[in-house]
Design a protein around this ligand. Sequence first.
Ligand SMILES: *Cc1c(COP(=O)(O)O)cnc(C)c1O
Length: 372
Amino acid sequence: MMHNYRPVWAEVDLRALKHNLNVIKKYTTSEIMPIVKANAYGHGVVEVVKILKNEGIKRFGVAFLEEALELRKHFSDITLMVIGPTLAQYSEILVREDIIPEICQLKQAEALSAAAVKLNKTARIHIKIDTGMGRIGLREEALEEIKKISKLPGLFLEGIYTHLATADSSDLTFAYQQLAKFDYLYDRLKKAGIAIPLRHAANSPATLRLPESHYELCRPGIVLYGHLPAPGVSEEAGFKPVMSLKARITHIKTINEGQSVGYGRYFIADRPTRVATLPLGYADGLRRGLSNSWEVIIKEKKAPIIGKVCMDQTMIDVTGIENVRLGDEVTVMGNYEYPEISAGQMARVLDTISYEILCGIGPRVPRVYINP
Ligand SMILES: *Cc1c(COP(=O)(O)O)cnc(C)c1O
């Protein structure tokens, strides 16, 4: 890894991660397959998997083959599943590395079967059913196609799953309709003599609110990292945000009334103002939409971002906060200790969701793990 000379880091609280896993376990007795795609929602996938594995988790879900291969390099003894599509041409890699693909086309299953036969191995597969998400998956009427897939040599049809489009909304009618379609298809497969041991449908909100969706396996993502799938959903659960973003002050000065800060003079001082500069910006995931619109915490006090967030630097107003010095630590985005500046709050300001904020913390920011 590149050596880090600038004082910016994302702190990842492993005790909070474990706490969140234990909270999830209160909601379900089904097996938990944590979703660790996108570098574990920005938290650093290798460390996250190491901790969860120590807590007894055996199976992990990622979005793409390259993410699974990265994990396979570090962990030979976990079950890995790719929950997004993998092109048929990469079937041999899947078989060789023992990675479970999502199957949503007969062609893809045929290629995998051929690879398994050639390598003299059995490839586990999970079939994805589109019951209403409208993204990927065999449509729920694809009984004949699934029958064909189930007869292909070299494959073990271990799982069947679907994804819910509205599990985080106040109205769960559509989610129940999706589950009904899924159940109906599963029953018909069973009657046709196709027994599939694992069914799964539950993302985070469904794990918390829809016990009917738990089946044999749940696939929570965001709540593991301590954030709610939508504002207000299961607030009482007590998840703890795991990541905070921190930096140290690299420059400090006082400007006069009428002087400005940053590009476009977006901030103009209306009084003598003490300005501190932080060495991070939108290239690190501190979004430009936070210009003049966010507060950071220094010495337990709030200090507003002033002017435009730059690519690599951001200015804050520390007027009236005593003894602010070069090198002082600033919390730019808070974990559970500073919920008022959490990723969820940041998402609200930027009109997005906490997922996008967390995934957006850039690769230039080193992850520092605390409370192992
Ligand atoms: C991302 C994803 C999840 C996890 O979703 P959360 O809302 O983060 O819990 C589960 N299943 C699938 C198919 C996904 O793509």
